[in-house]
Ligand binder design. Sequence first.
Ligand code: AHG
Ligand code: MN
Ligand code: MN
Length: 332
Amino acid sequence: MSQVTVTEHLLIHQKKSPAASGVFTQLLYDLILSAKLISRSVSKAGLLDVLGETGEINVQGEQVQKLDEYANSVLIHRMERSGALCLMASEENADIIPVPERFTRGDYVLIFDPLDGSSNIDVNINVGTIFSIHKRITSAAAPAIEDVLQPGYRQVAAGYVLYGPSTMLVYTTGMGVHGFTLDPSVGEFLLSHPDMRIPESGKYYSVNEGNAAMWDQPTREAINYFKGSENRRGQPYSSRYVGSLVGDFHRTLLYGGIFAYPKVYQKPGEGKGKLRLLCEAAPLAFVVEQAGGKATDGERRILELVPQRLHERVPLFIGSPRDVDDAMRFMK
Ligand code: AHG
Ligand code: MN
Ligand code: MN
């Protein structure tokens, strides 16, 4: 088994990938350290006082889990000291988080969902961290919201950490997708899935069927296509849905198929997406495209959407190219 660490892998790619400068390597190193600290708390969640809720409501209008808050504080504390960033944005913070001037600052911008799948923490089901990295585009001393509101195709790197039976880091710098598994005995992420490619088509579809009554007709027809045998496979797909985007996405990346969080209509004519464009849809869209897959909001390519607001939400259809194309035939 090759013992290739993330740092070694980055150096191997450094020559080819403009993003993997020394500063970027330092950024990724601190991101990895954060992931190890979060992984340690996730694996002991039942023993530490991190289960349950803080009693607060976050900017998303959701109950803040103690582990959400812990993961968020670890990432902010660690990453503002990385020397690589000028600005951060977190799913858990209403506003942008400029790196204080007392720290060495760099030109990178980090956007993250510190803990994805929070509703699964207390029941010991996979949770994750999702991250997206841009270069700043403003030149004034203080970074600004424009540095965060960039379309996904401008990301220099993106990926996620999956806290599951093993802890995995999956990321891209635009040179393919690479997966690393944490060896807790040495505390290193070691290359376990080089050059990940999503299958052209898969046998799983992943959607919260509990929302079916609030989908529009095209969405119902698209989902029924995967449930019926009149699809390209000539047989129904299997359904898998764990309720953690990182877990559902990682399975889709490895086995192929499609994950969908379609527009939900609470009131007629007011269809809304649930997943966040900046810290969930755009980073995973970068990863899936680098692995040969596709990601749309039901009409447009996720990576081409220009965010208007920090916590903008979008519908998401992501996975194998053939399966996303088949779903889009109904959505357009
Ligand atoms: P988060 O815990 O960061 O708020 O994300 C939860 C998201 C995502 O992980 C998952 O795919 C989705 O919420 C599940 O939503 P439903 O429970 O509505 O299916
Ligand atoms: Mn999330
Ligand atoms: Mn979250």
